[in-house]
Design a protein around this ligand. Structure first.
Ligand code: NAD
Ligand code: UDP
Length: 307
């Protein structure tokens, strides 16, 4: 199989590349390296099955592939809000270009969508049937609405052109190769604890997230690509915790002392988030195997090596 992984030099994309390369498949990694890094894919650079193309997905490109893993898009709020118009273009034009390639080459395309399509949810946990509570005019909208129109494009290509699409709604994912300075809560709390600085808690810390370890997520993505399920399908770990609890857990693992400072909650920040994964259990025979405690230990070890 010839695979194209867009965003393959990023956090999740590079783990997908590893998994495919380790199975002996051919992989083209297409990335503009805006938030990804060569370091993440350096093992494969000289491998004849691997090719890196430095390219921006907002521009069309002609490649012949069998499977497209379309992950290119900055994922951390800090990164995607830095250049919001570019973020929206990446989601819309990038997905449009990749769907065009899939149509031409008859490739199957998996699109990395997000739990952000549910916005600040009124239903808890969130099933795929929930249409979301999304604000189109706020600072997160470039990402949220970008992903929503990209999902919409995928399903129009399925209806109009019978394309094989697989839409994954990915919930907060963490693990080795997250950038220590990407501003996401797990990166921040681990980096701060290692540097013996207080944790920065936004709001009262009672907002929740449900964190999935990257190896579990990659298992799910592979199963989804091989399945007959177009989705959309939630992929995440339903183990929910408040940001305050997360802060205490990480602190306890790294420091004896515990300290935090509070800042106001960023605008548009969802109050709670937890995936209903019954569809993934049924269609993919998948559920996460690595709990927060185990995943954090692995991630902390990685950050200690990096910092
Ligand atoms: P990341 O920022 O680490 O990786 C994104 C990769 O895409 C980077 O290598 C970046 O250089 C590349 N990229 C960005 N814009 C591009 C463009 N215009 N052209 C070519 N390459 C471009 O993020 P990640 O956490 O690995 O997320 C990967 C995908 O998964 C994203 O689509 C994201 O929206 C989705 N996702 C991630 C999470 C999460 O918790 N990490 C949650 C939901 C959805
Ligand atoms: N957050 C926090 N302190 C930080 C970084 C994030 O309290 O240093 C909060 C943030 O406001 C949000 C949650 O942690 O409520 C998760 O933030 P992240 O950026 O990791 O992911 P997302 O908001 O995209 O789910």
């Amino acid at each position: 199989m010839k695979n194209l992984v867009t965003g393959g030099a990023g956090f999740i994309g590079s783990h997908v590349v590893d998994r495919l390369m380790n199975c002996g498949e051919k992989v083209i990694c297409l990335d503009n390296l805006c938030t990804g890094s060569l370091e993440n894919i350096k093992t494969w650079i000289d491998n004849p099955n691997f090719q890196l193309i430095n390219h921006d997905v907002i521009n069309p490109i002609e490649l012949n592939v069998d499977r497209i893993w379309h992950l290119a898009c900055p994922a951390s709020p800090l990164h995607y809000q830095e250049n919001p118009i570019k973020t929206a273009k990446t989601s819309f034009l990038g997905t449009y270009n990749m769907l065009g390639m899939a149509r031409r080459t008859k490739a199957r395309l998996l699109f990395a969508s997000t739990s952000e399509v549910y916005g600040d949810p009124e239903i808890h946990p969130q099933p795929e049937t929930y249409n979301g509570s999304v604000n189109p005019t706020q600072i997160r909208s470039c990402y949220t609405e970008g992903k929503r129109i990209a999902e919409s494009l995928c399903f129009d290509y399925l209806r109009e052109h019978k394309l094989e699409i697989r839409v994954a709604r990915i919930f907060n994912t963490y693990g080795p190769r997250m950038l220590p300075n990407d501003g996401r809560v797990i990166s921040n709390f681990i980096s701060q604890a290692i540097a013996k600085r207080p944790h920065t808690i936004y709001g009262d810390g009672l907002q929740t997230r449900s964190f999935c370890y990257v190896d579990d997520l990659v298992d799910a993505l592979i199963r989804l690509m091989l399945s007959n399920c177009s989705g959309p399908i939630n992929l995440g770990n339903p183990q929910e915790c408040t940001i305050l609890e997360l802060s205490r857990i990480i602190s306890k693992k790294i420091n004896a002392t515990y300290d935090f400072i509070t800042f106001s909650l960023p605008k548009d920040d969802p109050m709670r988030r937890k995936p209903d994964i019954n569809l993934a259990k049924r269609e993919l025979d998948w559920e996460p195997l690595i709990n927060l405690d185990q995943g954090l230990n692995l991630t902390i070890d990685y950050f200690k090596g990096e910092l």
